[in-house]
Write a protein that binds this ligand. Sequence first.
Ligand code: ZN
Length: 408
Amino acid sequence: MLVENLIKSTVELQGFRVVEVRMGDDGLEAELAPDARYAPRCGGCGAPARYRDKRSARLFRHVPLWGIATRLVYAPRRVDCPRCGVRVEAMPWASGKRRMTRALMVTLATWARMLTWRQVAALFHCSWDTVAAAVDDAVAYGLERRDISELTHIGVDEISRKRGHVYLTNVYDLVTSRLIWSGEGRARETLDAFFDWLGEERAARLEGICCDMWRPYIDVIKARAPQATLVFDKFHIVGHLMKAVDEVRRDEIREKGEDAKALMKKTRYIWLKNPWNLSANQRARLADLERLNLKINRAYLLKEAFREFWSYTTSGWARRYLDKWFWWATHSRLAPMRDFAWMLRRHQDDLLSYFKLPIDNGAVEGLNNKARMIAHKAYGFRSAKNYIRNLYHCMAKLPLPKTLHTFA
Ligand SMILES: [Zn+2]
């Protein structure tokens, strides 16, 4: 089998032919020429157009063959297009204006969903910038063609990069578990930018929006999608509660000094874990600690009692239970628990909408973990723009272009 045939079966060559394949200093070079039976097509609109002149030869990087660098060589023609004017002709194998084939773009982008960009570059003997360009093209292609006409229930979540110094706001489709939008920051303007992008028509079709008890998000959601039910994400609420319990533990160690320190050492997980997940050893430890009537013990009981809140099926019963729990927490003489209870009270109306529309961000929790993993500095993104691009690439379920042959 000739290498020519391999090129023909992996590259879109409609209107062109392979003249020869030679082994050059930098690997294989496949020289292309126009197929005289076809008129050249305009690179702007794709319509057949009149030949004008010829440019000098260009190299297009293709997927390496058995690890040997492979390039297409072609001198593009310019055409006079009645609609677009003088343009370079359309080349069906190329990825936009890039000096790489669409097949290479799709191959690099596919691997970039599994490996770091640096690893992909090493695997294909190309530069980091080539991988970045491939992902850029793949994401642009996917964003243009994805279907977001059925957006009804969304989740808003923030993630931090660089140890909490940079925040991003991610918006997820809770029905199909995919990333819809990502933007820098977690301020009012950030979520406003999302709604600007979404447009009024699609915003008006939203039925439920799930987010944390975060004032800027709440204000924007109520202003831009007033018809949607705002639901506070259960996982965020539980997170706040866990943080309060842990603060009580720290305060107690600080107040009681060295004795308490020894006693409370390594108890953090005993207080935060679900009681039925404790080991026999941990259970015995908990029983010992309970006899000492510590502050952490009262916080623990409050935390466990709060579980019941989620089990109600009507907001009326949930409200009655919340009133009881609120009284208990605010009379516990535990400042972090009291603050948590007041936070719930301030947001009580929206908190209870969970019982009308029991949605949470649980379905996309895995995606958020993935986002954190991508944020890890080993991935070596040089800018927030690259990071956001890779979030779309890995989490938005974007379609990739079809190619003649699947390399990856
Ligand atoms: Zn044209």
